[in-house]
Design a protein around this ligand. Structure first.
Ligand SMILES: [Zn+2]
Length: 249
């Protein structure tokens, strides 16, 4: 059906549900984006099964994982504003490896694609840094604009493992332009990181090794504070999640 002719939304593509006072996509939008599948999000095979419903909370887990999952549910539910625009704020999942940060970020991305038909991209930070670095080679197979365009234009992007690799100064500048560009265009970005969003390098602190400072530009860290809500998954009592999370694969 052509959106212009739609009797439900008058071509707007979204409807305000009066019962819940929330906006949702109209069914005509779904038919326009039906070709868009989870495969198109660039999610690695090992994460394609990640959903909020199979994010395991069984066992000796703390309240933090419950809170994290609830925050994700709420983010998805409130993603579309009443005027049909998309929430411009992103999320940043912070905590050590194996706690389910990537699981949650992927689950949110898939849910947004399925519920709202948004176009999204998943990108691993280490690969992104390597790919940007490669564009600086004289005979690079693809130029930087071609590499970055899909990440600039996607409605939602997941950047996994932010800070996992220290980029060179040129690559750092490019990363800042990419992420700041998404912020300026009001497009939400979800991040996962093993590091806290601290921008001051403090060598005396035992926690310095757990901070993003020195791993990505300070300008990017301060921008992250403005564009992504932190969701902490770092409580000691949550260690068992690592075992639980992998059982469904
Ligand atoms: Zn419609």
């Amino acid at each position: 059906m052509n959106g212009e002719d739609c009797e439900f939304c008058q071509g707007r593509g979204w409807i305000v549900d009066l019962a819940t006072n929330r906006a949702r996509r109209c069914t005509c939008h779904a038919s326009r984006v039906r070709g868009r599948r989870v495969d198109d999000l660039g999610i690695p095979p090992k994460y394609q099964g990640c959903r909020l419903t199979n994010f395991r909370l069984a066992g000796d887990v703390g309240d933090q994982l419950l809170t994290a999952r609830r925050d994700c549910d709420q983010y998805i539910e409130e993603f579309m504003e009443l005027d049909g625009s998309l929430n411009e704020a992103g999320l940043v999942f912070i905590g050590p490896s194996g706690r389910g940060k990537t699981h949650l970020a992927v689950a949110v991305l898939i849910e947004l694609a399925e519920q709202y038909g948004v176009g999204g991209r998943f990108v691993d930070f280490t690969s992104l840094v390597a790919d940007i670095q490669a564009t600086f080679q004289p005979d690079a197979p693809r130029n930087q604009a071609d590499l970055l365009r899909p990440l600039q234009e996607a409605e939602v992007v997941v950047v996994d493992e932010l800070g996992a690799r220290r980029p060179s100064p040129f690559v750092s500048d490019t990363l800042y332009l990419l992420i700041n560009g998404r912020y300026m265009a009001r497009r939400p970005t979800l991040f996962t990181s093993n590091y806290y969003l601290t921008s001051e390098a403090d060598d005396d602190s035992a926690d310095a090794a757990r901070n993003l400072a020195g791993r990505v530009p300070a300008s990017l860290i301060s921008r992250l504070h403005q564009m992504a809500k932190p969701i902490l998954i770092d409580a000691v009592g949550d260690y068992r999640h690592e075992l639980q999370a992998h059982q469904h694969r």
